[in-house]
Design a protein around this ligand. Sequence first.
Ligand code: PMP
Length: 369
Amino acid sequence: MTDARKAGADTRAGIAPRAFLESVPLYQPGDEPCAVDLSDNTNLWGAPPAAARELRSLSSGIVARYPDLYSEQLRNALARHFSLRPDMIVTGCGSDDVLDAAIRAFGEPGSKLAYIDPTFTMIPTFARLNGLVPQPVALTASYDADADGLLEQKASIIYLCSPNNPTGTTLTRKSIEYVLETFDGVLIIDEAYAEFAGESVVDLLSRYERLLVARTFSKAYGLAGLRVGYMLGASSAVAAITKVRGPYKVTAAGERAARTAVLEDQDWVSARALDAVSIRQRLTAELQALGLAPLPSRANFVLVPVHRAPVVAAAMRRRGVLVRAFGNLAPIDAALRETGGSALRIGVGPWDQVATALTALREALAECA
Ligand code: PMP
């Protein structure tokens, strides 16, 4: 009993959170910090230069006051970048925030959210926190969405991710358009890694009001610590998500840095994304040379099936390298079937870090054989 309880202030039973929260996991992807951290798919080249300069110039007056209610200037910059109207953009505290708000805005409690499996682990959690029933539908053997399988769920929301986390693979435009043509509900496409693939469905926004596209400043844009994300969609959908999201969700520092990155750092972002792509190709070839079968990634990370991935990751961790281990992913291809869904996701950064990770992986595989 704590001292406060001993003092006898309140003898009633303790407070209890809502019962379903007992089965909702806390997001805890990693370990303690490591010398080489390739576990979270952020930009390991750092923050873009003009945005970093903007951050250094922030005055205390700016941080003493509230930020703009709905990030008007950032939305204006993004609107120019995408050739969309500002009322088609809602910002948030990371793309987590806009995904969560969109699910709350469009998913009646009790309805289903169908999503590709495997995918971003927060999606089923956001569904449940908003009272929806998460319904996973395995990717096909060619890493595409099983469009009919998703549609059969009779969901109110379908979530797709391309390039997908953790597979790194992209969905075909054909399957996305098929869902858009056939589905009556809201289709969310998460494009957190689109800058690395060089393809996007943003152009489809002009044809489909039911399409919402989520984007982030946490990956290619190198601003994960500032927590800025956004969603693009029809103005009526964006207005609903904005209500749900609430005011002041993007900090003054986050808004200024993100706006500066959009306006002044495009060349840097594109160059670093190209660096990531070429190092990803080199990493993939090295993994294949080890006799492994990495999935064909278009993102800034590679998923490689290995037996006992959590044990291998722990052995890499002891060698100062952090990667993300998955124990039982949906076995969508032959390599994942072979390992029982066990796989490592290795992020891409400057080659010296990736080379260190490869050495640690070789040693860890030998140790765990
Ligand atoms: N979507 C995907 C597919 C992700 O991988 C992540 C981060 N791991 C997010 C969304 C959330 O990113 P953030 O909240 O930093 O924008």
